[in-house]
Design a protein around this ligand. Structure first.
Ligand code: MRU
Length: 371
């Protein structure tokens, strides 16, 4: 698998997911604003992956601070040597972090990772200031520490996904035909995937006979990305239009549904790609298990339920055009919510790297997530 995110010689290199599987192209980001644009424009997408990219973006902002200090043009003063200078860096980095975190609003992994790397950088600068250290040296250390933190987030994510796979696979009954939505695979994470991590592991154990990938309008993450990933691994995958899911379930052709998540509230309500709620309702009506797979970095325990989850609304043009070709009359309106919200009562279990949260999910969630 080509990695979605690479840190190469101090640059973030992103596999451009907008063109897969047709073309393999990379975007080389030179500064934090370019990384933020890449997140907003879906070059990189998927909750954990945008968190990882956002973490590296903060590290890049630290380097920008250091380089401005070293004499390049920029908004951080080149003359200050002491407390004032540290204050300017603090402001620059907090502003950068705010900008990066705002590039997409629903996936909490982005805010979580940005905050984690920012705190790392600021703690190094704070300690250096208190010790009366030279600011140039302190910035060099803060840059190294923040790259290390972003890298740790990436590596931890891969590890978490392997554990999610191991916890989730036993839930899949041998011979299952599994339906998934959007792309919660290696491309959306630090590698291996969440929902696709479970599918990979269960396939390896011989539990899955085939996978249905919802095409996932309007961006076609299922048809383009999930089908690409699974077919590369030799996993039997069949693409269906989103609206075929109910029919297939009614015909007894789906044994379980597994999806990822962009944010999970304290009571276990789930935000995920638009269409997920429809699948959960359909699965409920047909008594088909509906599983959510996500690392604990996707949980937002600060919000009680889904009513507080911000749902991103993207440009109507994404619905009205398909790869540059109009698919609806000119000037017609379109609504394009990118995510939807599924209440915990429709979820059969949430699979995390710390274990499986089974119903009653609101009661069992804190023990698993905090444990
Ligand atoms: O708009 P996207 O492609 O970023 O949406 C991605 C999803 O909804 C995924 O299901 C979710 O982020 C989980 S990825 C492990």
């Amino acid at each position: 698998m080509i990695p979605a995110i690479k840190w190469e010689d101090g640059r973030l290199v992103l596999l451009d997911q907008r063109y897969l599987p047709e073309r393999i192209e990379f975007v080389h980001c030179r500064n934090y604003r370019e990384i933020s644009d890449a997140i907003r424009d879906m070059v990189v997408r998927g909750a954990p992956a945008i968190g990882i990219a956002g973490g590296y973006a903060v590290a890049v902002a630290v380097r920008e601070c250091r380089d401005m200090r070293a004499g390049e043009e920029g908004s951080v003063s080149r003359s200050g040597a002491g407390a004032g200078y540290y204050g300017e860096c603090d402001r620059y980095l907090k502003e950068a972090a705010k900008h990066i975190a705002a590039s997409r609003p629903t996936a909490v992994n982005l805010m979580w990772a940005v905050d984690r790397v920012l705190r790392k950088a600021l703690s190094v600068l704070d300690a250096a200031e208190k010790a009366g250290a030279e600011a140039d040296q302190a910035l060099g250390e803060a840059y190294a520490a923040s790259v290390g933190e972003a890298r740790a987030i990436e590596m931890e994510d891969l590890e978490m996904n392997k554990k999610i796979g191991a916890y989730g696979a036993p839930l899949i009954r041998p011979g299952s035909r599994v339906l998934t939505h959007c792309n919660a695979g290696a491309l959306a994470t630090g590698g291996y995937g969440t929902a696709l991590g479970v599918i990979r592991k269960a396939w390896e154990e011989g539990r899955i006979s085939m996978v249905y990938a919802d095409e996932t309008r309007p961006y076609l993450q299922g048809a383009r990305l999930t089908a690409w990933e699974l077919s590369q691994d030799g996993i039997d995958v069949t693409v269906i239009v989103d609206s075929a899911a109910g029919y297939l379930m009614s015909k007894g052709m789906v044994d379980c549904v597994i999806v990822g998540a962009d944010r999970i509230a304290a009571n276990g309500d789930v935000a995920n790609k638009i269409g997920t709620y429809t699948l959960a309702c359909l699965a409920g009506i047909h008594s088909i298990p509906f599983y959510v797979a996500a690392p604990t970095s996707t949980f937002d325990l600060s919000i009680p339920d889904m009513s507080a989850i911000p749902v991103e609304e993207r440009a109507p043009g994404e619905v009205l055009h398909f790869f540059g070709t109009a698919t609806a009359p000119k000037d017609v309106k379109a609504l394009n919510p990118s995510f939807d919200l599924t209440p915990n009562r429709l979820v059969s279990a949430i699979i995390t790297e710390k274990g499986v949260i089974e119903p009653p999910i609101p009661e069992n969630l804190p023990r698993v997530v905090r444990g």
